[in-house]
Write a protein that binds this ligand. Structure first.
Ligand code: NDP
Ligand code: 2IT
Length: 446
């Protein structure tokens, strides 16, 4: 969808940010939702809110040298993009994956600004990471990388400044190593990272939060169609943190998850996924999803990951990575009578896929709303750290559930208020934008 409004705002952004297709894709999607808002609120154009919002407040790129187990020196590139602090300290994960570059971190940081606003917790948006590939690395190598990465990053972050967390390739182990190095360098024990271990300041339910939150959000989408998870056949891509805990919650709600994947291929288990086996393979052994066949020989493994969307299902939850579900896959899901798609990953559906779902009347939950449970619970971890108190699992889970309900309501109400009822993409973009824009307006030209 192109319009004079989008084109005029986007062309200088494209010119200024060459070779960053994912960043441009994320910006374009938001701009496509904002025309009615800018028409109604004249000060937004006058105060150049959009022009300011698309320019990160600060972008850091740094060398990360480390020594591997063979004594070879390796050099990676580290990033932290501090995108917007209108609502609070920069907040967002660190991604360790060979595909990481500045454009990827900027798209993630940009999305994070709106997502964090939707949580209504006091956090701004940022993102970081490195092109380091944790696959096949020893524990010692991962630790050395994390220590080197933090040896530069520590100058730029702080519990009131910028609070990183996990993302692809960064879980409890990496957060532990990063935290230890930060503590050593600053001589302070502070809530500078979230996703920490429970014995040193982490929050109960943070591990589960993104997956559980995704399911709470999707429950509301299903309720709008007067249905629930009971007996629903569900396909989930990925088999990492988000995919595993989405599966766990769906099984608790009597849905049937039949497929999971990793970057090599996918498994289909018509009996329903044995989650204990997946957790052992993925969380403990750091193995490949293919190994699931040794536990469930009747399951089927297929090489290549995009084929997972050809499996007939009622609900599809892409939980692996950006642009993993394209227009062709979306058309197959529609043909197979899928009724709801919600994004656990960040921007996993291409624009063509989103258009395909929306025009076919498939309920579609966009990432910045549907996967906000992780960062929302990170904000709850920050609160607990500040209070020096720990809430129980049930307390955190109840707050998470309340936040996901509120995000759904905000998206629905904003879409209705701007004449776009049912379009949760527009609703999320508008509701998130207005929160950030109002804070930016109040704070002047900074
Ligand atoms: P993990 O590292 O735990 O798991 C990532 C999963 O996605 C793995 O199964 C991985 O397979 C697969 N994957 C990664 N890259 C690709 C690729 N290029 N092609 C195919 N599969 C791929 O990460 P998370 O579960 O934490 O993150 C998954 C998604 O959710 C990301 O988009 C992330 O940004 C988003 N997200 C995460 C949150 C969190 O709290 N963790 C919060 C909100 C969103 P393999 O092992 O083969 O690489
Ligand atoms: O994409 C995301 O929202 C995350 N990776 C979680 C960020 C966080 O700060 O918990």
């Amino acid at each position: 969808m192109s319009s004079a409004f989008v084109d005029s705002l986007l062309s200088p952004i494209v010119a200024r940010n060459p070779a960053e297709p994912e960043f441009i894709q994320a910006v374009r999607e938001v701009l496509e939702s904002l025309e009615p808002v800018v028409q109604k609120r004249k000060e937004i154009a006058k105060l150049k809110i959009i022009e300011r919002l698309v320019e990160p407040e600060r972008q850091l790129i740094f060398r990360v040298p480390w020594v591997d187990d063979k004594g070879e020196i390796r050099v990676n590139r580290g990033f932290r993009v501090q995108f917007n602090s209108a609502l609070g300290p920069y907040k967002g994960g660190l991604r360790l994956h060979p595909s990481v570059n500045l454009g990827i971190i900027k798209f993630l940081g940009f999305e994070q600004v709106f997502k964090n606003a939707l949580t209504t917790t006091p956090i701004g948006g940022g993102k970081g990471g490195s092109d380091f590939d944790p696959k096949g690395k020893s524990d010692a190598e991962v630790m050395k990388f994390c220590q080197s990465f933090m040896s530069e990053l520590f100058r730029h972050i702080g519990s009131e400044t910028d609070v990183p967390a996990g993302d692809i390739g960064v879980g409890g182990r990496e957060i532990g190593y990063l935290y230890g190095q930060h503590k050593r360098l600053t001589n302070s024990f502070t809530g500078v990272l979230t996703g920490k271990g429970l014995h040193y300041g982490g929050s109960l339910a943070r591990t589960e939060a993104t997956g559980y939150g995704l399911v709470y959000f999707t429950t509301r989408m299903l309720e709008d169609q007067k249905t629930d998870w009971k007996g629903k056949r569900v396909v989930i891509s990925g088999s990492g943190n988000v995919a595993i805990y989405a599966t766990e919650k769906i099984q608790e709600l009597d849905g049937k998850v039949v497929a999971l994947s990793d970057s090599n291929g996918y498994i289909l288990d018509e009996e329903g996924i044995d989650l204990a086996a997946v957790k052992r393979i993925k969380e403990e052994e750091r193995g490949r999803i293919k190994e699931y066949l040794s536990v469930r020989p009747r399951a089927v493994y297929t090489e290549g990951c995009s084929g997972i969307w050809t499996i007939p299902c009622d609900v599809a939850l892409p939980c692996a990575t950006q642009n993993e579900l394209d227009g062709k896959s979306a058309a197959i899901l529609v043909k197979n009578h899928c009724i709801a798609v919600a994004e656990g990953a960040n921007m996993p559906c291409t624009p063509e896929a989103v258009t395909c779902f929306q025009s076919a009347g498939v309920s579609f939950g966009p990432a910045k709303a549907a996967n906000a449970g992780g960062v929302a619970t990170s904000a709850l971890e920050m609160s607990q750290n500040s209070m020096r108190l720990s809430w129980t699992f049930d307390e955190v889970d109840a707050k998470l559930h309340g936040i996901m309900d509120s995000i759904y309501t905000q998206c629905r109400d904003a879409s209705e208020a701007y004449g776009l009822a049912g379009n949760l993409v527009a609703g999320a973009n508008i509701a998130g934008f207005l929160r950030v824009a109002d804070a930016m307006i109040a704070q002047g030209v900074v």
